[in-house]
Ligand binder design. Structure first.
Ligand SMILES: NC(=O)c1ccc[n+]([C@@H]2O[C@H](COP(=O)([O-])OP(=O)(O)OC[C@H]3O[C@@H](n4cnc5c(N)ncnc54)[C@H](OP(=O)(O)O)[C@@H]3O)[C@@H](O)[C@H]2O)c1
Length: 163
């Protein structure tokens, strides 16, 4: 099962505000995110789900939280108490690929185990406190780059044997 990180990163490394808000709204980038992830499970941190407010359509929404909710807020969603448990569930269900969609803390924990990354590099700086984690560039191969007016999408695959 391919574990794929997908994120949008401002030029200064910002991915969001600590209040939960996304500092920008770029329709084209959101369309790319939707087209790429639709049909596959998406795993996210509880704070990212709070920001979304409702599940993303056409995808199994999986939230990780140390607190199990008294009631699952929306039908069809799943909660897990660890990232490992969420990934293991998807492996058991034989999903060919899953997307890890943030936020900062979940990216930090998954960058060492992801097989691929699809990173949208926005062509502007943004205000915010949540950053995408630094990663070892030499552990990854760039397989494709797609240019858009306001962002460049870079596709990474982990080099065999790299951590
Ligand atoms: N630019 C992008 O592509 C992008 C994508 C997604 C999000 N964002 C931004 O990122 C920000 C949110 O990131 P964040 O780092 O503050 O929060 P987050 O990663 O979305 O959520 C953190 C929460 O997830 C739960 N969690 C994380 N790891 C866990 C684990 N191993 N086991 C159990 N629970 C775990 C905990 O929930 P509990 O506190 O309930 O235990 C933790 O407080 C927002 O500003 C959002 O807009 C940006």
């Amino acid at each position: 099962m391919n574990k794929i990180i997908i994120a949008a990163i401002a030029r200064n490394g910002v991915i969001g505000k600590s209040s939960g808000e996304m500092p920008w709204h770029v329709k084209e980038e959101f369309r790319h995110f939707k087209e790429t992830t639709t049909g596959s499970p998406v795993i996210m941190g509880r704070k990212t789900f709070d920001t979304l407010g409702k599940p993303l359509k056409g995808r199994l929404n999986i939230v990780v939280s140390s607190v199990s909710p008294k009631e699952i807020p929306f039908e069809g969603m799943l909660y897990f108490s660890s990232l490992e448990a969420a990934i293991e569930y998807c492996e058991q269900e034989k999903y060919p690929k899953i997307f890890i969609i943030g936020g900062g803390s979940v990216y930090r924990q998954s960058i060492g185990i992801a097989d691929e990354m699809i990173l949208s590099y926005m062509k502007f700086d943004a205000e915010g406190e949540v950053l995408f984690p630094d990663f070892e560039k030499s552990s990854w191969i760039i397989t494709n780059e797609v240019e858009n007016e306001q962002f460049t999408v870079v596709y990474y695959s982990r080099k065999e044997g790299s951590e």
